[in-house]
Design a binder for this molecule. Structure first.
Ligand code: ATP
Ligand code: MG
Length: 384
């Protein structure tokens, strides 16, 4: 029954059919993890997770373009058109130091299932013969919509699993089983590298409701998020509704959550989590904009322009209010027809007066006091 549902769903989709064809003639190929879980829940998997008792690279190359191949872990990420696959050698893991990356060695599927995070992610369906293997209780937990770790040391081995469980709980609407919640409360998030922790944070920011994930995470493990981090700050919904398509939704949410953190702590935290410098700077800047005082106080389009120009759209969206909307929808697109070259050609000396002149012209244009080249030029040159 389980195998039929999973294999029928694979056959019904282009990506699944491609996988079935690529796996033909190779034994020990299993669909696992989120792919099986989501298909059984009637959801579209993000990617197809494949475990192979044998040659990963051969299967990966038959599937499509190999985007990354990690020899150490025996894993490959593959894409083919819109299809994405995560292919991994079945393996066992040993954690020499809690929170560090594990030592891995090839192992049969049954062992591979036992290293996984939660029971509902430890179900495998064979593409070779339609067999099903799962850790005990996995199908019952899927039916009962419950997240349960596989053993008591799970969070010691890998504290990022607390993040994963918070994400799954919110995304799938699953409950965290009480013993698992008790274990999560003893997890030590500090044992994980900033890079891995940052990866989990970035994944959460990409989900539909990151704030619900942060709340769930904090309930599970109060130390996971730094002091001053507000999991569900006011104004996020408004900021997201104001944010134009060219804005970064993830960074708006993060900046809002971090508005009450000191700038110094926030900078150190974002660096520790290995955010790219540009993203870090944007979050730092936007997180200070949540009050939006000068922008909210502006009474004319030129005042709005002076308050908002130069700020990233994410910051302006966070400031919120009608002036932010007007800037984002309309005023930020207003451009002068003249440039600094026109002012030089008209005899203005090189230097700060050029910028000031252009600024005056833009103010006038925004306020409807200058239309067309000639009027802009006159204002910039101080002639009107
Ligand atoms: P998603 O829908 O976000 O892809 P997923 O459950 O498929 O969710 P992946 O990150 O794609 O998650 O990983 C695939 C599978 O690998 C998981 O379902 C789980 O079985 C296992 N896995 C991934 N990360 C861990 C981890 N840190 N500890 C234990 N098992 C893990
Ligand atoms: Mg997956």
């Amino acid at each position: 029954m389980v195998a039929t549902r999973v294999l029928d769903a694979l056959r019904a989709g282009l990506c699944g059919r491609r996988l079935i064809v690529a796996a033909e003639g190779q034994t020990g190929v299993w669909l696992v993890g989120g792919a099986v879980r989501d298909i059984l829940l009637g959801r579209e998997p993000r990617e197809l997770d494949v475990a192979v008792e044998g040659d990963v690279e051969a299967l990966a190359r038959r599937l499509g373009d190999v985007d990354a191949l990690h020899e150490r872990f025996g894993t490959a990420t593959v894409s083919a058109g819109d299809c994405r696959y995560d292919v991994a050698r079945t393996r066992s893991e040993h954690y020499p130091v809690p929170g560090a990356l594990p030592d891995v060695r090839p192992a049969p599927l049954a062992e591979d299932l036992r290293r996984r995070d939660v029971t509902v992610n430890a179900i495998a369906v064979s593409l070779s013969d339609g067999g099903v293997e799962a850790v005990p209780g996995a199908l019952e937990d899927l039916h009962g919509r419950v997240l349960r770790v596989l053993h008591d040391r799970s969070f010691e081995d890998d504290p990022t699993r607390v993040w994963r469980i918070a994400r799954y709980a919110v995304r799938l609407g699953f409950a965290v089983e009480p013993a698992t919640a008790r274990l999560a409360a003893h997890a030590r998030p500090g044992a994980v590298s900033g890079e891995r922790f940052g990866h989990e944070l970035r994944l959460s920011l990409g989900e539909d409701d990151p704030c619900a994930i942060f709340e769930r995470l904090r309930e599970l493990q109060p130390m996971a998020l730094p002091e001053g981090f507000d999991p569900r700050p006011d104004g996020v919904a408004e900021a997201l509704s104001l944010l134009p398509d060219d804005g970064r939704r993830d960074l708006v949410v993060l900046a809002a959550c971090c508005a009450r953190m000191s700038l110094d702590l926030l900078q150190r935290w974002l660096d520790h989590l290995q955010f790219p410098a540009a993203d870090r700077d944007l979050v730092l800047a936007a997180s200070r904009w949540v009050t939006g005082a000068p922008l909210r106080a502006a009474n004319t389009p030129s005042q709005i322009g002076r308050a908002a120009s130069g700020a990233p759209v994410e910051a302006v969206a966070l400031a919120g209010g009608p002036n932010a909307r007007r800037w984002l929808d309309e005023l930020r697109h207003v451009r002068l027809e003249i440039t600094g070259d026109d002012l030089l050609a008209a005899g203005m000396p090189q230097g700060p007066p050029i910028g000031a002149g252009l600024r005056r012209a833009l103010d006038a244009k925004l306020d409807g006091r200058a239309a067309g080249r000639a009027e802009e030029l006159a204002v910039a040159l101080g002639e009107r």
